[in-house]
Design a protein around this ligand. Sequence first.
Ligand SMILES: [Zn+2]
Length: 82
Amino acid sequence: MTRGHRHGGDLAAGAALADLTPRELTRWARRRAACPACRALEAELDGVLAELALAASPRLPPPSVLDGIRAEIRAQAEPSRS
Ligand SMILES: [Zn+2]
């Protein structure tokens, strides 16, 4: 069960980024439960991502981006008025 697959790979990266489809998540959960190497890899990726998040300086989007998002939300909340 623990042989014949690439340890971690795309699924581990996706899991660390919380970017898996429900189906992939199921596959990953099964694999992780059966394979210590995959669990270790996921823990390692989590650590790397946490360090990256700390190392990266916070960046804010330009105000125009937020304005655009707010306008879009308003437009969807009030479809009759545009
Ligand atoms: Zn594995």
